[in-house]
Design a protein around this ligand. Structure first.
Ligand code: PLP
Length: 416
């Protein structure tokens, strides 16, 4: 296990005071903090070798191209992609999913076909499929969330019909922390000839992820949730499907030959990266991958399992607080969504901020799940990362106790 005190020193922002108390950052599912090495990679690019990639023969252009493509190699190795060719740099998970929706799915999901997703998706992995289903006259079906907050696979065989073209599912819920059995679902989907897209926005930052072991066809993730900068993310496209995917954006760099009448496409991944890419942030994502690999993703996962177990124990000491998500820590990530009867989650979040504690309140871009499965308008959510500590959980719990005292007991709160 890594030295947490040492790790915390790598993140300059963790020294910050908020409202005259030390920051306790527990909003990592929204975005993670960045180590100094990632910030330095950004500065180094702009100070030393800022140039466009794949175009120039001068020194700076070659250095930038090398660093950009090295970052792609690092990302590929991090998720065990067969080749860097299978990694497309995009802005974020949302863009990665939309790329697949607007290209592969737009062309290959036809009238009467079926797309299967789940009841626990982030809007990013639901709304694009609603659009494809509507425009292509296809059917959108949902895998249910069971009472233990895991996916109910009992009707998987019925959902995976011969007309199922795509299964799009999250690897880890950003509301419940549920880790889904993607490998099992992928195998079942492939048996009926369906493709599988995995939304790995919450898994790639927090646990070892191996796309070949998982067997998925597409996987989407965001750099900013994995200690990298905003504005950069990845789409993994498997060798089995990559030739079925048409370009999303058309323009410079993605072409091989252009005449006034027509054009032919460059090889992947260039085929999917029209225009000047986000060079600096891709290079800094490479630095984030180096940082995470240095710690070891098994260790990161182990740390978060221990911390989540501790947090749940401490949460259960609080009366009138409901937590959501699986109790089995082997299928749960470091996310604790909770609801205190009679106190709106936004009020909790605001009061916690006065104690320096940053959490998220709302529907977490999973409105249907929160409203129709958890039956609350919103939840508060504490989410952990590799640098959080048990002492920070203690600060959270103590701040929550004081929040409850401030708002009065449950009866008084309900009466208000
Ligand atoms: N999917 C999940 C499970 C998420 O948690 C998020 C962000 O919170 C997203 C998708 C969207 O990520 P981004 O906003 O980086 O595109």
């Amino acid at each position: 296990m890594y030295d947490i005190a040492q790790v915390r020193k790598d993140f300059p922002i963790l020294n910050r005071m908020v409202n005259n108390v030390p920051l306790v950052y527990l909003d990592n599912a929204a975005t993670s903090q960045k180590p100094a090495s990632v910030i330095a990679a950004l500065v180094d690019y702009y100070e030393q070798y800022n140039a466009n990639v794949h175009r120039g023969a001068h020194t700076l252009a070659m250095e930038a191209t090398m660093a950009y493509e090295e970052a792609r190699e690092k990302v590929a190795a991090f998720i065990n992609a067969p080749s860097p060719e299978n990694i497309v740099f995009v802005r974020n998970t949302t863009e990665a999913i939309n790329l697949v929706a607007h290209t592969w799915a737009a062309e290959r999901v036809g009238a009467g076909d079926r797309i299967v997703t789940t009841e626990m998706e982030h809007h990013s992995n639901l709304v694009p499929w609603q659009h494809v289903a509507r425009t292509n006259d296809a059917e959108l079906r949902l895998m249910a969330v069971g009472p233990d907050y895991t996916l109910d696979l009992s009707d998987l065989d019925e959902l995976l019909s011969p007309s199922t073209r795509l299964v799009a599912l999250t690897h880890m819920s950003n509301v419940l922390g549920t880790i889904t059995p993607v490998k099992e679902i992928t195998e079942a989907a492939h048996r009926v000839g369906a493709r599988v897209l995995v939304d790995a926005a919450q898994s790639v930052p927090h646990m070892p992820v191996d796309v070949q072991e998982m067997g998925c066809d597409f996987m989407a993730f965001s750099g900013h949730k994995m200690a990298g900068p905003t504005g950069i993310g990845g789409l993994y496209i498997s060798p089995d499907v990559i030739d079925e995917v048409e370009p999303f954006l058309r323009g410079g760099e993605m072409v091989l030959e252009v005449t006034y009448e027509s054009a032919t496409w460059n090889r992947p991944p260039m085929k999917f990266e029209a225009g000047t890419p986000n060079i600096a942030d891709a290079i800094a994502l490479g630095a984030a991958v180096d940082y995470l690999s240095g710690l070891g993703m098994e260790q990161v996962r182990e740390h978060e399992i221990a911390l989540t177990g501790y947090a749940l124990e401490r949460f259960h000491e609080l009366e009138d607080v409901e937590t959501y998500g699986p109790t089995d820590l082997s299928v749960r990530g470091g996310v604790v969504s909770f609801y205190m009867s009679g106190i709106h989650p936004h009020d909790i979040s605001q009061v916690l901020d006065s104690f320096g504690v940053a959490i998220r309140a709302g529907h977490h871009c999973a409105m249907p799940l929160v409203r129709s499965k958890l039956h609350v308008p919103a939840t508060a959510r504490a989410s952990f990362y590799l640098y959080n500590t048990e002492q920070e959980v203690d600060v959270l719990i103590s701040a929550l106790r004081q929040t409850m005292e401030y708002f009065g007991d449950a009866d008084a709160r309900q009466a208000r």
